[in-house]
Design a protein around this ligand. Structure first.
Ligand code: ZN
Length: 200
């Protein structure tokens, strides 16, 4: 991945409960860490009990842990602070149907806000265009409140949608299917980068 010009490795962890699919847990992050030393480890928890994953992921070398406000609910603010106390960055995420207003109290304690641009749980879906309005809203709130969180989008990002996501104000693009397509990671990343030329 590093050779392809990617700087972050986004690890989607699913528990078969918060989302119907099951992927992998902290042990896989732990196994990947020694062979991905130069990559920033970005862990996205699509799980019902995100707090239980924090310590094992920190031990495995996670540098950012993002969890869903729909999963943590009232514990979200405490959980963001708990993650930061481990000496790493903390992110908060929303599913397509959850409005940004659910995050208002959390924004000043988050290093990153992840806007799901598809329903979480499965790869290969098409980006839901209305979710980019949330990116615009988050750009506006960040400016208004003089905050510094990064805005990340995840789901359906390819050379067609990446320019739209960046134009809306996204700072970090997560791409899965479009990067691994046909096992041509280097070419696919190049195509993504090319689609963004001239933007920002
Ligand atoms: Zn993800």
């Amino acid at each position: 991945m590093r050779q392809s010009g990617c700087r972050w490795l986004h690890l989607d962890m699913m528990d078969g409960h918060f989302v119907p699919n099951l992927s992998f847990g902290p042990m896989v992050a732990d196994a990947l860490r020694p062979v991905s030393k130069e990559l920033f480890f970005d862990c996205h928890l699509m799980v019902t009990d995100p707090r239980n994953y924090v310590k094992p992921l920190v031990t495995a070398g996670a540098q950012l842990i993002t969890f869903h406000v729909e999963a943590a609910g009232e514990d979200s603010l405490n959980l963001l602070r708990y993650i930061r106390r481990q000496g790493i960055q903390a992110g908060i995420s929303v599913r397509p149907k959850t409005p940004v207003s659910e995050l208002k109290e959390l924004l000043s304690s988050a290093d990153l806000v992840l806007v799901m641009t598809v329903e979480p749980g499965f790869g290969g879906q098409k980006l839901i265009p209305s979710t980019l309005n949330k990116v615009r809203e988050l750009v506006h709130l960040r400016e208004e409140q003089a905050l510094s969180y990064l805005i990340q989008v995840d789901g359906g990002i390819d050379p067609d949608t990446a320019p739209l996501a960046v134009a809306a104000g996204s700072d970090v693009l997560v791409a899965g299917s479009s990067v691994f397509r046909a096992n041509k990671v280097r070419e696919n990343v190049r195509a993504l980068r090319k689609s963004l030329q001239g933007l920002r």
